[in-house]
Design a protein around this ligand. Sequence first.
Ligand SMILES: Nc1nc(=O)c2c([nH]1)NC[C@@H]1CN(c3ccc(C(=O)N[C@@H](CCC(=O)O)C(=O)O)cc3)C=[N+]21
Length: 285
Amino acid sequence: MSAIRMDGKMVSAKVRGSILDEVNRLKERGVRPGLAVIIVGEDPASQVYVRNKERACEECGFYSEKYALPEETTQEQLLGLIDELNRNPRIDGILCQLPVPKHISEQAVIDAIDPSKDVDAFHPVNVGKIMVGNFDFLPCTPAGVMQLLDEYNIDPKGKNCVVIGRSNIVGKPMAMLLLHRHGTVTICHSRTQNLKEVCAQADILVAAVGKVDFVTADMVKEGATVIDVGMNRKNGKLCGDVCFDEVNEKAAYLTPVPGGVGPMTITMLMKNTLKAAKLHAGIED
Ligand SMILES: Nc1nc(=O)c2c([nH]1)NC[C@@H]1CN(c3ccc(C(=O)N[C@@H](CCC(=O)O)C(=O)O)cc3)C=[N+]21
């Protein structure tokens, strides 16, 4: 038996449709969400993601601005642009695509963004709010995973949830959101002993490693839900962290790459930008 494919593209289309409906209602009140996306340098993968974000803005009826800066941009110049965007009333959300070139401090960039425009939810103020469970913005990739779980009626409550990866962008906030929903959460990483055994206990396994074919069938419990957050290239082709074909025979639910978590991530960015626009306009949910 093969797993049920969790269709992030389909769920995304649905959510973006409802965002567009709300944007059309907001229009009557003179509110239009605006997102600024900054990309520094020429990383080809980043270019694809940024293009997908622009397309999502169009689908949702947002105003958007894109700043493609050359690799040589100084930190001072980048922080100058962020400062301008912080003060620009047409802009509700600011996203600076990571990674930034090595001569720029990633943390300095994150810290410079006005927390009320931090639609990635990477600023320490927003990270802290997530930790205590009282937040405006959810981190996009983990929020996308939670929405996918909800769509397929998979409730983390009381379940063994194992997250592989401890990055600030995915692993750590993913663990926190699963914990908020009453999962029993384990975070695994490169130093974890008995990684395979720990993963094989998971009812919900989230792979955010960044390594092709990292999750093999022997690491998956029969009937588990397996969420693949990986975005890797193998012979030029996009693939995740999970050996899809073999895990497909063991898991009950599985996300594909592409078409799983990726589109959901961008859709959650749209949700956060809409939320930011409402907060800036003083509109309560
Ligand atoms: N400040 C910041 N915020 C981010 O959210 C952020 C970032 N930096 N840096 C890079 C990662 C990666 N990321 C993706 C978003 C969408 C897809 C996506 O749309 N994937 C499609 C296909 C993409 C393709 O065809 O290559 C899919 O999985 O179906 C992938 C990756 C956001 N990130």
